[in-house]
Design a binder for this molecule. Structure first.
Ligand code: CAA
Length: 265
């Protein structure tokens, strides 16, 4: 395990190609203030610059109670509209970095995942949660709307009706319900969260990671395009994979009845 950088409110380490970014403000249930959002952005820059030795990024929260319980209400309470817009842009900047990383990202959800926390988790490629986790967009209970992407990313994950229901009610749903509506991909017992996330990460790492990165990119970009344009985009990236050494290795390995040894080139 190696530390990849030192930040005030975020921990970042790399363990054999699987990096973990931990939001580390357990006393306030890992609430996102501007300093933490800045740290997340800086940590993501480090992850991107280590693309040779970081293959997968896991994002999680410190402590057993909370992934992230939202934006920091004590910071927001006295903010004016300009300050609110700046905080929102800071979050968008960091969350867009997650989506644009070449590495695959997994949210390891260990507890309350509310407001900005659900918006952070929704920016990851997949979500694995414990059966104790609770999810919600409670912004309207505070007299505001989701401002870190929740009206858009939650809607794209669960559909307009469910997103409107969750946002308008402002109540929490449990992990079973989150799984049922497609908000999370896996539910595990708390002690199995880290092993399950590692199992998924290791399975992905056996594959051609240029191909994994391209698939992630075209799925995300294509989702907002007309189908025919998105299909053309897929053809373009599919053709590009044939210019990689990984494609030669993957297909040769199949024909030679051996495991592929991808170099990510
Ligand atoms: N901001 C700041 N502090 C927070 C916080 C938040 N979002 N969530 C929890 N905390 C703090 C609490 O104030 C408390 O601090 P003190 O010990 O100093 O009093 C500490 O964390 C522990 O929290 P609780 O005592 O409330 O713990 P609990 O077990 O009774 O309740 C909870 C847990 C249900 C998650 C509750 O803390 C809660 O409802 N938190 C707020 C959730 C919320 O509304 N999130 C949305 C924020 S708005 C947003 O995110 C906007 C956006 O779109 C970006």
């Amino acid at each position: 395990m190696t530390e990849l950088g030192t930040f005030k409110n975020v921990l970042l380490s790399n363990d054999d190609g699987i990096a973990t970014l931990t939001i580390n403000r357990p006393k306030s249930l890992n609430a996102l203030n501007s300093a933490t959002l800045e740290d997340i952005g800086k940590a993501l820059d480090v992850v991107k610059s280590h693309a040779d030795d970081v293959k997968i990024l896991v994002i999680t929260g410190s402590g057993e109670k909370s992934f992230v319980a939202g934006a920091d209400i004590s910071q927001m309470q006295s903010m004016n509209s300009i300050e609110a817009a700046n905080l929102s842009k800071l979050a968008h900047n960091s969350f867009e970095k997650i989506e644009n990383l070449p590495q695959f990202t997994i949210a390891a959800i260990n507890g309350y995942t509310l407001g900005g926390g659900l918006e952070l988790a929704s920016s990851c490629d997949i979500r694995v949660a414990t059966n104790k986790a609770k999810f919600g967009q409670p912004e309207v209970t505070l007299g505001i709307i989701p401002g870190f992407g929740g009206t858009q990313r939650l809607t794209r994950l669960v559909g307009r009706g469910k997103a409107k229901e969750m946002i308008a009610m402002g109540t929490m749903i449990d992990a079973e319900e989150a799984f049922r509506i497609g908000l999370i991909e896996e539910i595990v017992e708390p002690e199995n969260l880290v092993p399950k996330v590692k199992e998924i990460a290791k399975q992905i790492m056996k594959n051609g990671l240029i191909a994994v990165g391209m698939a992630k990119y075209v799925i995300d970009r294509g989702a907002d395009l007309p189908l025919d344009v998105a299909i053309d985009f897929e053809t373009q990236l599919w053709a590009e994979t044939f210019a990689t050494k990984d494609q030669k290795e993957g297909m040769s390995a199949f024909l030679e009845k051996r495991a592929a040894n991808f170099q990510n080139k």
